[in-house]
Design a protein around this ligand. Structure first.
Ligand SMILES: C[S@@+](CC[C@H](N)C(=O)[O-])C[C@H]1O[C@@H](n2cnc3c(N)ncnc32)[C@H](O)[C@@H]1O
Ligand code: SF4
Length: 396
């Protein structure tokens, strides 16, 4: 079924600007120990109310943006969107299609957890226009999953993949985490072996970040669990990079690996600093050089939308030229494409190489950066491992 069967007229060749939409679903059936994403357990009434508020928020945005943009991608993330009954997602997508012009070719992703989907849900998602699934596996080791507070097994994951594929959908991504306390290099090898066996075309491998306010942070701080050494985490990352590269994947961003044609359009929008609109609790947006974020407080979110009838934004910042330059460097160096120096010159009317000559020359000499023939500054493998330090050096 195509999006237009929801009753829309879509101009694929529209000359309007392109917009990506992120929708945040802040509900999970349980909370993983490491996770600081805004997500909670909720009653059915809370969920119903939240989705009514989402619809109102979408309509508010549509009055402002519908005439300027066509939508090229939608990402329903969380939280765990799949922890809800399918009709919430169906009605949400239908609301976006009715209020925005969404291209038939739009990439439409939903994040799912392995044990919160069944055949019926997957079918309904696909009928609603979803054409890409992002599944959080994290690890296949039952021990590690338990340590993380995950409630699914590797078996649940395999069943979910089989169900999606039964409907003919190939565009599947899987998230894994490396560097979790107690995780061994062998766990990472086994997890990757399964993903390769299943021919998963897109893999996001995230290095664990110990976030403030999480149960994991407390455990680390009070010494009950120890973090793996930096060397072990680097070995895990290098193993993933080498194995996936040998198997035909392209590392198109530091944590993201894809077979040809399976790179995520939506993810690239973030790194390229193109316009995206975040809808829902704690969702972030970037439109016309302004970054803004919705409130993280669900009661305030409801109050702003229902009573004040206003956009639920809590922070907004119009970036200065210097801030946009910093972001350009920071985000592009994470990608395989690197910093496009010609595009940088066009955007900022500044020659990056001339301005940072001494630092860039040093970083190239030391093997952290490469300057390509087509004038892109890209990180080497060695550079990727100290990315934050390189960015700091270049923007300070
Ligand atoms: C927004 S989460 C939601 C996905 C989905 N609920 C799940 O858990 O599978 C997206 C991904 O972020 C990653 N993630 C979350 N917290 C992380 C952390 N503290 N460090 C590294 N990766 C993290 C996990 O791999 C997770 O699958
Ligand atoms: S990792 Fe996913 S399932 Fe776990 S708490 Fe975070 S959003 Fe929820």
């Amino acid at each position: 079924m195509s999006i237009s069967e929801f009753g829309l007229s879509i101009d694929e060749n529209s000359t309007k600007r392109s917009l990506s939409i992120y929708v945040h679903i802040p509900f999970c059936s349980s909370k993983c120990k490491y996770c600081s994403f805004v997500s909670m357990k909720a009653t059915e009434d809370d969920k119903k109310r939240y989705f009514e508020d989402l619809v109102t928020e979408i309509k508010m945005h549509a009055t402002k943006y519908r005439s300027i943009y066509t939508v090229s991608s939608i990402y329903i993330g969380g939280g765990t969107p799949s922890s809800l009954d399918y009709y919430y997602i169906r009605d949400l997508l239908s609301c976006i299609y009715k209020n925005f012009a969404v291209k038939n070719s739009a990439e439409i992703t939903i994040e799912i957890n392995p044990n919160s989907v069944d055949k019926n849900k997957i079918r309904e998602y696909i009928l609603s226009g979803v054409n890409r699934f992002s599944i959080g596996l994290q690890s296949i080791s039952q021990k590690v999953l338990k340590e993380m507070g995950r409630t699914h097994t590797a078996d649940d994951y395999q069943k979910a993949i089989a169900t999606i594929r039964d409907f003919g959908v190939r565009n599947i991504s899987t998230d894994i985490i490396i560097g979790y306390p107690g995780q061994k290099l062998q766990d990472v090898k086994d997890t990757l072996a399964l993903l390769l066996k299943l021919e998963i075309p897109h893999i996001s491998a995230y290095m664990l970040s110990v976030e403030n306010g999480t149960p994991l942070k407390k455990l680390v701080d009070n010494g009950s669990v120890g973090l793996p050494s930096e060397n072990l985490v680097i070995s895990m990352y290098n193993y993933i990079f080498n194995t996936l590269t040998e198997n035909g994947y392209n590392r198109y961003e530091f944590s993201n690996f894809a077979k040809p044609t399976f790179e995520s359009f939506h993810n690239k929008i973030y790194w390229k600093r193109k316009d995206y609109l975040g809808v829902g609790l704690a969702a972030h947006s970037y439109i016309d050089g302004t970054r803004f974020a919705n409130t993280e407080n669900i009661a305030e979110y409801a109050d702003l939308i229902e009573n004040k009838q206003t956009e639920p934004v809590s922070i907004s910042k119009n970036l200065t030229d210097e801030e946009r330059k910093e972001e350009a460097v920071m985000l592009s160096l994470r990608t395989a494409e690197g910093l496009d120096l010609n595009a940088y010159k066009d955007e900022f009317d500044e020659n990056f190489l001339a301005k940072h000559k001494a630092k860039v020359t040093k970083l190239i000499k030391e093997g952290f950066l490469i300057l390509t023939k087509d004038n892109h500054l890209i990180c080497t493998n060695k550079g990727f491992l100290v990315l934050n330090a390189i960015v700091l050096e270049l923007v300070s």
